[in-house]
Design a protein around this ligand. Sequence first.
Ligand code: NAD
Length: 476
Amino acid sequence: MRVIESILIDGQWSAGSNAQRGAVYNPATGEQIAQLGFADRSDLDRALAAAARGFDTWRKVSAYERSQVLRKAAALLRERAEEIAVLITQEQGKPLAEARMEANGVGDHIEWYAEEGRRAYGRVIPPRVRGARQIVLREPIGPVAAFSPWNFPVSQLVRKIAGALAAGCSIIAKGPEETPSSCIELCRAFEDAGLPKGVLNLVFGVPAEISEYLIASPVIRKVSFTGSVPVGRTLGALAGQYLKRCTLELGGHAPFIVCDDVDVQAVATLGASLKFRNAGQICASPTRFYVQRGAHDEFVAAFVKASQALKVGHGDDASTQMGPLANGRRVKAMHEYVDDALAVGARSALGGSTDSQGGFFFPPTVLTHVPDNARIMSEEPFGPIASIVAFDTLDEVIAKANALPFGLAAFAFTRSIANATLLADELESGMVSINHFGLAAPETPFGGVKDSGYGSEGGSEGLDAYFTTKFVSQVG
Ligand code: NAD
């Protein structure tokens, strides 16, 4: 079987030195399509040495020249977007139309960081002593260890790479073992754009072995992880132990609050399309639908109708609107959530079981009357299940929305400005989107509060994460 040359260290691609290899599957068929080269400790040592040298080179390159390289990479990725989209669909399962959106968006992220990197100004502070100068400089923090997940193979990874490179950092990225090929193409574009060797290194392997080794290394100065809360907790603790700066973008359990003054049909249709995008495997996916009692029954009917109409199938079929889940773990988890919810009193309005089509499929599923003690109301579903619950007052729904330890995204729909302002103020969430889906643009911060992590990717906050502050006070 084909072995993917997945490891990039100091400008050289290889299949890695680890005797162990990964298995890459096509989630639409459940069949293994390739083996993945894994890095071992000797590879990681070489990557660390390369990143240390790469940092020494790249931090001395002017912000202007760095932005030129980034812009070139963005242009190459736009040319290669179709090829990359096909790889995303093949390994991750999402419909080709969604994969194209992801692949086309990568260039925007890089360009935004390329521009913002040129505007990473410091500041001048008026001194207390005449003749003195007090200057604040922003300097790249150093080599970064980044860990990115499989749900958006390129758009999760690009935020880390582009942020680090724009600031002048080098980076060792561990890509997602389930979906390596598009990540490899992403890194290849930076190389082809003229990025010096060793500035960007890519590895795959046994995740815990790689993260423990890299985070402990004195070479690494910054850790960035996107993934689940339990893994984030582990990596955050490791980063704390070694006093490494850390950005954590973890899971969510987004409330989707619908007041009874809205166009119920339109909001239900939008809700269903957001819910089932990428088969629900999105950290900001709406997961708890709270609908004001007067609108509840109409909302459920419209939501079920829109969900029922979705064509589920192989991502490379042009008519497919929802693909399979990314792996067998998620399918098993979906069955468990549905069984548990029904056992404690939820009602099934759509879906809930799967007739095996050979791949990792699970249908769009709608549960209503879901009690708070159902597991799906407190654990992140990360799959195509919508739970719909009625509420009466805004105070009640705000309390429910805030009751979980998660705080990534929240959605609210209302025609009342007073309600909108109250919800924006009171929801404990890193991002609140009111009356539309307005998240994840390169220029806006993306990140959570509470157990959903800390720090932001995107926006000027995303770039700040890769800088340290140096204060220079000078006389004469
Ligand atoms: P997981 O927690 O096992 O893995 C999530 C990601 O972290 C994977 O890419 C994995 O390779 C990586 N990972 C796992 N252990 C690691 C370690 N010790 N060091 C470094 N990286 C490590 O979960 P999963 O089964 O792959 O995915 C399901 C859960 O992951 C979901 O419930 C969801 O909460 C979370 N997830 C979140 C996002 C996000 O965008 N925040 C993306 C993908 C997955």
